[in-house]
Structure formats: structure tokens, C-alpha cells
Write a protein that binds this ligand. Sequence first.
Ligand code: GLU
Length: 292
Amino acid sequence: MSALTPEVRAYRGRLAPSPSGLLHLGHARTFWSAAERAQARNGKLILRIEDLDAARSRAEFLRATFEDLRWLGITWEEGPDCGGPYAPYSQSQRRARYLAAWRTLHERRLIYPCNCSRREVALAASAPNDLEDEPVYPGTCRSVSAEGTSAAPDAAPAGANWRFRVAEGEEICFTDLHLGPQSFIAGQDFGDFLVWRRDDVPAYQLAVVVDDAEMEITEVVRGADLLKSTARQILLFRALGLRTPQYYHCDLVRDKKGVRLAKRHAALSIRNLRERGWTPAQAREGVVPADI
Ligand code: GLU
């Protein structure tokens, strides 16, 4: 291939469920979109289990996830059940990779330890925040600890929250393949965000970036509730010198009151709908029924 020809990468998409609850109608729609897009592009679909949060992940939800995905008619080429070149496919078994990324960020002085409690951060947040999203961090520990922390090769993150320092006012733009041009301002739409948690668990943003890069994911299909997380993740891809995938954010499925579906909407879980006689095709459409 000549240096001038842009490299076309074979399509690799992923399904990234967290086994902390039952899949619902919103997941059915998003995962089905991911499956359809991979198929239409002759691509591969990878199943990655996002089970870093040991306190919330449960074996019974993991079993239910596999069963529900299969019932929906979704198939994948790589995953914890069938293996593949980027195994392991469960985040709980990939810690060494996240730690290596933490070290790189630490050496580059792009992250800092933070000892603020959750409550302090929530109270100091100036703007009303999306309740489901990480509050905008007021920067309390930013300057105190920016210098002076050891960047030794054996440095370890345990014992503090570690935050990625964003450049205040920086605009992060990307073109979503479904929703079009997107723009977020660092310091306003989101603040210095967590990459490692005080309880020594890698944070979602870091783990996802490390895995999407290593698994050579070319397109991320996920719900529109994660748009701001995508902006954060783009910063991490850049900071780690990794290639950013393309993004396709699906419309959210909402209940009759307009609330985004969450684990608490048990009645709209795929299992429940299946028990009520729904077909996989109905569930894949992700339309909330009038009688629930
Ligand atoms: N595991 C995340 C969830 O279940 C999805 C993450 C992602 O698509 O990046 O909400």
C-alpha cells in the first residue's frame, strides 16, 4: 500500500454489556444495531464483558446476558465463550493492560491523585449535572498534587482516585455516524475525570479505551447516554497515542414518562418481555409497549 493510500481497516464492532443487571429493551436495540452494522459491513463482532465492578457484577446476570443475546439472535465471533486473538474478553482478567496505561499517563504527568470524597465533589459541582454522569470535578486536588508524585516504574495507583487533567475550554469535536457533528467543552461539559478508583479498580473510561484500542475496534456502537464519555475517551486515546475508532450512538429507549431505561425497569427486561410472549424481532425494535 502506498504511503498516500489511507489504510482501510476491516470492520470490528463490539458488544460491551456490564453484568450488573438484566438487559432491557434499550440494550436490545443498541446491540441489535451493532450486530446489523457489523453484518452489513462483513465485519466481526466482539463480545466484551465489562465486569470490573466486582461489587455489582453477578454470575447470574452474566448467564442471563449470554442467554438474552442469543435469544435476540445476535452472534459474535470473539468473546469469553469462544475465545479469539485478543483474549481474555472479560475486563476483570485484563488488569495488567489497564495498569500499563495508567503508568503511561502517570509518566506523562497527565493524571493526578485526588482525595476528595464523592460528597465533596457532588457538593462543589457548580452546574446541575446529569445525575447519571460523573459530576464536573472542581479541581480541588489538581495543583496540590500535580508535582511531587513519584513517576517510578513501579508506582501504583492504589489508595487514591486518579483523575485525568483536562484542558479547560478545549473543544472536543467528532462526527457521530448517526447523530452527526458533536462538540463538548472540557471543564464545562465534563471535568477532570476518573481513570482509576480509590478501591483500586480501573475506571470505565480507561478500561474501555485500552480495550477498544487493543481489540482493534473500528466502530463503537453504544447508547446516546454515553456521548460525553466518548468525548472523554477521545482525550484518552490521544493521550495514550492510540487510534480513535468511529462512533455510532443509538437513540435512547425511554419509558412512558420519558425516563431513559435502566436496570430498575425490570418490566422492560428482555426476560420479562420474552415471558410475556414477545418475539426476538419485536424486542429488537426496542419500542416500549403501551401496556407496561
Ligand atoms: N458497559 C457499558 C454499559 O453497559 C457500555 C460501555 C460502552 O459501550 O462503552 O453501559
